[in-house]
Ligand binder design. Sequence first.
Ligand code: RUQ
Ligand code: CUA
Length: 655
Amino acid sequence: MQFKNFNRLAFLGVFSLLLFSGCGNQGSKEGANGALNSSAAEKVYVAPGEKDDYYAFLSGGYSGNLTVYGLPSGRMFKEIPVFSQFPTSGYGYSEETKPLLNTSHGFIPWDDLHHPDISQTNGELDGRWVFVNGNNTPRIARVSLATFETEEIIEIPNSAGNHSSSFITENTEYVVAGTRFSVPVPQRDMPINEYKGNFKGALTFIGVEPEHGHMEIKFQVIMPGFNYDLSHPGRGKSHGWFFFSTYNTEEASSLLEVNASQNDKDFIAAINWKKIEEYIANGGGKMVPAEYAHNVYDESTHMATSTMIDEVLTVDPTEIPGAVYLLPTPKSPHGCDVDPSGQYIIGSGKLSADITVHSFDKMIAAIENEKFDGDAYGIPILNFEEVLAGTVKSGGLGPLHTEFDSDGNAYTTFFISSEVVKWKLGSWEVVDRKPTFYSVGHLMIPGGNSRKPFGNYLVAMNKITKDRYLPTGPEMEHSAQIYDISGEKMELIYDFPTHGEPHYAAGCPAELLAPKSRKIYRLDENKHPYAAIGPEGAKVERNGKEVHVYMSTIRSHFTPDNIEGIKVGDKVYFHITNLEQDFDVPHGFSMIGQNTSEILVMPGQTKTTVWEPKKPGVWPFYCTDFCSALHQEMQGYVRVSPAGSKVELKWSVGE
Ligand code: RUQ
Ligand code: CUA
């Protein structure tokens, strides 16, 4: 009896505890976490047929691609191939898009994509393009936000581990790319242990032509051989400057985890690019030999071309007084972020508990009053105390990245203590903190890296997933988390899986993009040299061993769909034109035994895929996209005869 009572009491105790915490979760925003909180569910619920408020562009890291999500639903809308071949659309496999992946090292069908940044006008997102970086074989790409397709890729010479990239200035004057790894400039055969003093770090300023967004390298600042990790543009009052975090100012080439953590402070490099522009306008800088690819997709011919460029303009910062300064920043800073006003430059020492905030005004005063603490390879080092605006005593560990809302708050991620910390600009006081699950890297607030943030949601992108989803073998997709930041306290409202490794992301209101989205390519504007505009345009032409098939598609047949007279040893180019002029009606094309992928051809578009038949026979092709009730009927045959056979070339449809 006694025993029973005890048990019942214990049971009641546990029950009331459960009840209590349940109520607590529902009653306050604090501690709101997961399914217990029904208002959280409402906040992310976008009913069937309804649309999201924001687009979010998440980097895919080692997938080489960019993924598009809706906020607040966390629904994935699209994966945009950028640096990787992508069979889903045929990107990087079709003849038209292959040149986009050309580099000075040849065709490189992969890269490691880290930092999307949306184009800006007057410091506000303008929704025209999103720029992204390829780390590994240094490249910057421009993705159109009308077509959601990669339109241009430029390779960055003298660079390696292109990581402090691809951030843009407030009128998209430049997209900037900085080298993470310093290397010999120009590249040459030399002993690795002679790194110190001999390797260099190139910071590249790529001009963006305002109408079409075409990129052109304007100049490279050849800096000391540090690691340039992240960067952000000045804005507002600091427009005209660009800030780069550095680590490994020790210039170690081996065991960096120890050797690059010796100095108590590394630097944020402040680059006055307007000064450099003046210097160049007055004939400054040196053209040096370089080899890099510039690849551009032309929307009227639906084709990309790759051009090799053989020189680049470099500038030596020590020859331009007033152009470059170093701001001492503790503990191997990673993130380097600038607040919406342009006053504060935030350096997150990744081995630190505190966040260092520099003041732009104090920096200018320190420069004027020559408050220097020596120099590094001739570049003045500003006195730390003179430029320091404040320190955020965060109570966390391992700060990485900071974004901002429109109310003077900053939000910093902490990798080691696995949390987002909200603090106030100016008073440096911590006002809230929420755990992330787990080990957050970057975070994103739509517009949070511009003069006009949209402060409803914060997306944390985590490095470790562990128990958040059903297990899927040894590898889990990375997890992202959405926090509602419209109140004083942050509230975790949703978890969603991402694809690849999301490093940074960029987000903007849906109304900025949705109305401008392209629906079709107009047939009467199609300038592709191999287009078959209408079934009359369909034909097959032989030119030696090359055969060009001008083929058109419409629901639900190909013209032509029977081809004879192809021989083993031929190289057959299928140029497919989709005659549809209806939104969202692509046709696909695939050929048996083809050493490439299918292609997906958008309405009004022409795309080309190559086939080199190896064996005689009658080989079928078909449409890969379920386009109509008679999609399964959308097929054809190619007769392949032995090399040297006399079978005549002919083609037909409906005979
Ligand atoms: S990185 S997690 Cu931007 Cu490549 Cu910091
Ligand atoms: Cu066209 Cu299926």
